[in-house]
Design a protein around this ligand. Structure first.
Ligand SMILES: C[C@H](O)[C@H](O)[C@@H](O)C(=O)CO
Ligand SMILES: [Mn+2]
Length: 417
C-alpha cells in the first residue's frame, strides 16, 4: 500500500471516533518549534575557549561537532531539511559571529554581531529566538545577576540589556516576535546562611534589565527557573517560586523546562495551572534522566502529555515551545532530527485524540471506559498519518531520513578536524 492509501484508511478509522485527520495535519503544519542551536556544538559557542560551566554538562565525544559558524549553519540546514514544517532557531548570545578580527565582551554585544544569523534566518524565512548567556565566562565562575560583587552584577545586567536590544533587532528584521529567555545558574553547593539577599539582588538586576525601553509586542522576555545544578545542589537563586512570582508581577513570561523540577514532578501537570493565570507561557522540552541530563527528546509519555495539555486546552497560540538538550555521544544532527520529529509526533498524537469525548467520560465519572479508550487509542494508525504529514512537507518518511545523516557524516562530519 502507498502512503496515501494507508492515510485514507487511517482517516476512516479516526473519523469513526470523530477525529478529523486532515485538520490535524493542517494544524501540525503551523506549529513552529524553536530549535536550539546549541545541540550542534555541545553548547560551546564562538566567544570563548573555556569549558561549559553553570552546572550543566554535555557528555560524550562523538566526532564531527561544528566548530565554526559556517559549520554550525551547515549542520542546522541539514537537520532542518529532514524535519517537517517551518520552525524557529533559538540562539544563545555566546554564538555571536565576530567579523574582521573584532571581539567584544558579552556586556558590549550589539545587533551587528548577529548579522550573519539574521541573514541565515531571512534566507530561510525563519524567526529567531534568543538567550543571554550567563555561563561559560570568567565572570560567571560563581554568581552573575545575583552576585554580591557589584561590578560583576553590573556586567551581567549590561549583558541582559544588550540581549534585549539584539532580540528586538531580530524581531524587526525577521517580522516575527523574538522570545528572549533569561536563565542564570547562580546557587550554592552547600547550605546557605542567607537565602534572601541573592534573590533580592537577582530581582533588582532583572528590574534593571527590563527598565530599558523595548517593544513588548516584539520581544517576549521569559524567566526560566531551576531546582538545582551541578555544584549548586543546595540552593538555586532562580527557583520556581521566585521565577513564577517575578514573571507574574513584571509582565514577562514564565519558562518551564521539564528537566528543572524534582524527578516526580511533571510539567504537563503545571501547564493547565499556568494557563489559568497567564496569557502566554514558554517551555523548554528536554528529557531528564535521573537529573537534568538533557537527553534527546523521545516520543515518551511525558512529551505526549505536554503536547496534550497544550492541544486540548486550545493553547497552541499561547505557548512558546523550544527544545533544550545537548547530547555529545551520538551524531548531533540525528539528535536534532529525532528530538524535533518526536516533539511534532507528540503534537500530532495529541491532535488525533477525541478530546471532547475523553473529557466527557471524565466529567461523567466513566473512568473504566476512559482508561480503556485512552489505552486503545495508543494503537490507532497514528504512524500512517505521520508518514503522510512527512510526505506533505516533502521530508523523508519513517526512518528514511537517517541515510541522509549517514551520508552527511561520511562526506562532511568525518572530514572535520
Ligand atoms: C543552554 C540553555 O540555556 C540551558 O540549557 C538552560 O535553558 C537550562 O535549561 C539550564 O539547565
Ligand atoms: Mn532550559
Amino acid at each position: 500500500m502507498t502512503t496515501e492509501q494507508r492515510y485514507e484508511s487511517a482517516r476512516e478509522i479516526y473519523k469513526n471516533i470523530g477525529v478529523d485527520t486532515d485538520r490535524a495535519v493542517e494544524t501540525l503544519k503551523n506549529i513552529h518549534i524553536s530549535m536550539h542551536c546549541w545541540q550542534g556544538d555541545d553548547v560551546q559557542g564562538f566567544d570563548h575557549e573555556g569549558p561549559l560551566s553553570g552546572g550543566i554538562q554535555t557528555t560524550g565525544n562523538y566526532p564531527g561537532k561544528a566548530a565554526t559558524p559556517q559549520e554550525l549553519m551547515d549542520d542546522i540546514d541539514k537537520a532542518l531539511s529532514l524535519i517537517p514544517g517551518k520552525h524557529k532557531l533559538n540562539l544563545h548570545a555566546n554564538y555571536a559571529v565576530f567579523e574582521d578580527g573584532e571581539f567584544v565582551d558579552r556586556d558590549a554585544l550589539e545587533p551587528k554581531h548577529f548579522r550573519k544569523w539574521v541573514e541565515f534566518a531571512k534566507e530561510r524565512g525563519m524567526g529567531l529566538d534568543f538567550n543571554p548567556t550567563f555561563f561559560s565566562h570568567e565572570k560567571a565562575e560563581s554568581f552573575t545577576l545575583s552576585s554580591p560583587d557589584e561590578e560583576i552584577r553590573q556586567f551581567w545586567i549590561r549583558h541582559g540589556q544588550a540581549c534585549i536590544r539584539i532580540s528586538q533587532y531580530f524581531a524587526e528584521e525577521l517580522g516575527q516576535p523574538c522570545v528572549m529567555n533569561i536563565w542564570i545558574p547562580d546557587g550554592y553547593k552547600d547550605v546557605p546562611a542567607d537565602r534572601l539577599s541573592p534573590r533580592a539582588r537577582f530581582k533588582d538586576s532583572l528590574d534593571q534589565i527590563l527598565s530599558i525601553d523595548y517593544d513588548r509586542s516584539k520581544v517576549y522576555v521569559c524567566l526560566e527557573s531551576k531546582v538545582f545544578g551541578i555544584g549548586m545542589e543546595s540552593y538555586t537563586v532562580g527557583s520556581s517560586e521566585f521565577c513564577i512570582n517575578y514573571a507574574a508581577n513584571n509582565g514577562i513570561l514564565s519558562l518551564m523546562d521539564n528537566g528543572h523540577y524534582h524527578p516526580t514532578e511533571v510539567v504537563s501537570d503545571k501547564i493547565p495551572a499556568m494557563l489559568l493565570f497567564n496569557e502566554k507561557l514558554a517551555l523548554h522540552v528536554t528529557r531528564p534522566v535521573r537529573w537534568d541530563s538533557d537527553h534527546v527528546v523521545l516520543f515518551d509519555d511525558e512529551t505526549k502529555e505536554i503536547a496534550k495539555e497544550i492541544v486540548r486546552n486550545d493553547a497552541l497560540d499561547r505557548v512558546f515551545l523550544g527544545l533544550d538538550f545537548f547530547d555529545a555521544s551520538i551524531n548531533r544532527i540525528s539528535a536534532w532530527v529525532v528530538g524535533m520529529r518526536n516533539m511534532q509526533k507528540a503534537f500530532l498524537f495529541a491532535l488525533l485524540q477525541p478530546n471532547d469525548k475523553l473529557k466527557e467520560l471524565q466529567n461523567n465519572g466513566e473512568f473504566t471506559e476512559l482508561m480503556m479508550l485512552q489505552e486503545e487509542l495508543k494503537l490507532y494508525p497514528f504512524g500512517d498519518v505521520w508518514n503522510y504529514f512527512c510526505g506533505q512537507c516533502s521530508v523523508p518518511e519513517k526512518e528514511d531520513w537517517f541515510k541522509e545523516v549517514q551520508q552527511y557524516e561520511n562526506e562532511v562530519l568525518s572530514k572535520r578536524a
